[in-house]
Design a protein around this ligand. Structure first.
Ligand code: GDP
Ligand code: MG
Length: 202
């Protein structure tokens, strides 16, 4: 049986969420910015340490202003799957301090909404590493803040040059699997089948 893991990729518009996902799945990159208008779900299969997993990667379009819309309230209306994700990738652009503030706010909301399940892994990703001369904060300072204070993983990547893209998924998957976050397909299918047939087990 193949195990399933749902991963929500969240971040301010333009930070490179879609580019990271497309580079990971299709080895493809576009310089042209096409804003993601609707919720998009990718379903690649991966093998980690000899075990196959089906990933459900949610490319989450965000509301224009995060400050005026509490993110998770907004999600209730549009994308419940994000609340129940098994892991989160929070992407910011290393050259854009506002995108980091956005990630900070989203991480706070995830922690609040997931009060009973603190083990859900969160990986913070600094994208556009190829533009590193324009970065707003030294890598080491961000890394220490994210790892020590936020208790999240931290990876920097470049979707443009496919640098550390596979690594970031591998890292997140490794943490998720180690924490037992994967969903077991067998029981999900069984539950669904039982509900459909209205079968009562005595
Ligand atoms: P999204 O709104 O977060 O999904 O962002 P996109 O993936 O659509 O990317 C927004 C823009 O940033 C596009 O023009 C991409 O070509 C560009 N971009 C994405 N990743 C990188 C990167 O690693 N380096 C550079 N230089 N540009 C990138
Ligand atoms: Mg997008």
């Amino acid at each position: 049986m193949v195990e399933t893991l749902s991963i929500a990729v969240i971040g301010a518009p333009g930070v490179g969420k879609t580019s990271i996902i497309r580079q990971f799945i299709y080895n493809d990159f576009s310089e042209v910015y096409t804003p993601t208008r609707t919720r998009y779900v990718y379903r690649p299969s991966v093998i980690l340490n000899g075990i196959m997993y089906e990933l459900k990667i949610l490319d989450v379009t965000t509301p224009g202003s995060a400050a005026s819309h509490p993110f998770f309230e907004w999600l209730d209306l549009r994308c419940r799957g994000v609340r129940n994700a098994n892991a989160y990738i929070l992407v910011y652009d290393i050259c854009c301090v506002e995108s980091f503030e956005y990630v900070k706010m989203i991480r706070q909301q995830i922690v609040e909404h997931r009060y009973g399940r603190p083990e859900v892994p969160i990986l913070v990703v600094g994208n556009k590493r190829d533009l590193q001369r324009q970065r707003f904060m030294p890598r080491r300072a961000v890394s220490v803040l994210v790892k020590k204070t936020w208790k999240c993983g931290y990876v920097e990547c470049s979707a443009k040059f496919n640098w550390h893209v596979v690594l970031l998924f591998k890292e997140l998957l490794g943490i998720a699997v180690a924490r037992g976050m994967r969903q077991n397909h067998t029981s999900i299918r069984l539950q669904g089948a039982l509900q459909r047939n209205r079968c009562t087990i005595m």
